[in-house]
Ligand binder design. Structure first.
Ligand SMILES: [Mn+2]
Length: 393
């Protein structure tokens, strides 16, 4: 895999390539998107090298043995490089596999629009098929789509002959592995790529385990297809104690996703945020109380509000260390009356009732702080009430 990274990046950087294919995931840049992009680009490179016949092309290059320009296949992580740290499970997992940050290409490393327009370019979309507004310029270059969300043709901007694999399964990595198997048969045995790149095999399996919550029957995210593919990958990896190994993989990724110890308050505010009207609603994998105890927390909230043209912050926290706990705080440094008004709305909400129980925090007097006693309510349950609030202002 090291060689794939170094050759691809050197050629990309020095503009020394024939055709360019970008493989890009969705803008959440979760493990599924990141692994799908990385593994599929790696596979396309492998496939290209299997098919291409240097001897045949040598004749066309004449007597002088000029170095031939090659096609390159570049995985793109669909976040800015400075936001990579926010994707804690991706950072943890890639580093554990020896993938350095400098091996990765982020969306802001290159002017993607100029890049695709300047060369014979193709784009493969993985883990999404509706482009974000800022990515619409990619549409005419898309030649292949591999995605696991339900088909949405409302913004199908692609060429007629685009090849799409869209199937509702637990993880896009299941479809990536299937596609690699199917394409491999054409050039080699269906297991050759997986055996040549054991790290890819491991990454696909781990992501499917994470996305299906280790095949939890309660959550029911896994399909028979996810199961088949994981069994196929395991038949090559031969883990010793299969069940324990799956559990270990799942637990370490979940722990990494929640591990925000290294993030600054500003990063935490950006990690998982929704904006409704002018209400900024970040959700933390720690309690809001703990967030507010970090130095500079409220200043970071003020800054985030200003940057995003919002006036009220609605902070949502949760913690699992002593059973599930949830808490909430509201803060509006410039228009405190707005925070008070939204607090009232949320206290009185009935659909569902959030069970907000007020507590005065000594360290953050300007915040309205609550324990949330309705533990099943997540941000989804807050949104309708916030919507009513912003509509009635
Ligand atoms: Mn996905």
């Amino acid at each position: 895999m090291d060689e794939f990274f170094s050759t691809t990046l050197t050629n990309l950087h020095s503009n020394n390539y024939n055709d360019l294919t970008l493989v890009i995931g969705n803008e959440s840049c979760d493990l599924d998107s990141a692994v799908s992009a990385l593994v599929f680009a790696n596979f396309l490179t492998w496939q290209y090298n299997q098919i291409r016949c240097k001897v045949c092309t040598k004749a066309h290059r004449g007597e002088v043995d000029l170095p031939m320009k090659e096609d390159i296949f570049v995985p793109v992580l669909n976040v800015d490089r400075c936001d990579y740290e926010l994707k804690t499970e991706v950072v943890y997992y890639f580093r554990s596999k020896g993938i350095k940050d400098s091996d990765l290409v982020f969306r802001d490393d290159y002017d993607l629009e100029a890049l695709v327009n300047n060369s014979k370019s193709k784009v493969v979309l993985v883990d999404h098929h509706v482009l974000a507004k800022r990515d619409r310029f990619l549409a005419p270059f898309v030649t292949e789509i591999i995605d696991h969300r339900p088909m949405d043709k409302s913004e199908w901007l692609y060429k007629k002959d685009v090849r799409s694999t869209i199937e509702t399964v637990g993880s896009c990595c299941t479809l990536i592995a299937q596609r690699i198997k199917d394409l491999s048969v054409l050039v080699a045995k269906d297991v050759d790529f997986f055996n040549a790149y054991p790290v890819c095999t491991e990454m696909l399996r781990a992501t499917i385990i994470l996305d299906t919550v280790n095949f939890s029957t309660d959550l029911n995210k896994a399909t028979p297809h996810d199961k088949d593919i994981v069994q196929f990958l395991e038949s090559l990896m031969k883990p010793r104690d299969l069940e324990a190994d799956r559990q270990r993989e799942h637990d370490s990724l979940i722990a990494a996703r929640k591990n925000v110890a290294n993030l600054t308050p500003a990063q935490l505010l950006k990690k998982d945020v929704k904006i409704v009207g002018d209400v900024y609603i970040p959700s933390f994998p720690i309690l809001v109380k703990e967030f507010l105890n970090r130095p500079g927390a409220l200043d970071a909230v003020s800054e985030a509000l200003q940057k995003n043209n919002c006036s009220v912050a609605l902070l949502l926290g949760m913690d699992l260390t002593e059973g599930l706990q949830r808490d909430t705080a509201l803060y509006s440094p410039k228009t405190p009356e707005k925070a008070v008004k939204l607090s009232k709305y949320l206290e009185e909400a009935t659909n569902p009732s959030l069970g907000l129980s007020r507590e005065q925090l000594s360290g953050a007097k300007d915040c309205s702080y609550y324990w949330q006693l309705n533990l099943s309510a997540s941000r989804k349950q807050y949104i309708p009430t916030v919507n009513t609030f912003t509509a009635n202002k």
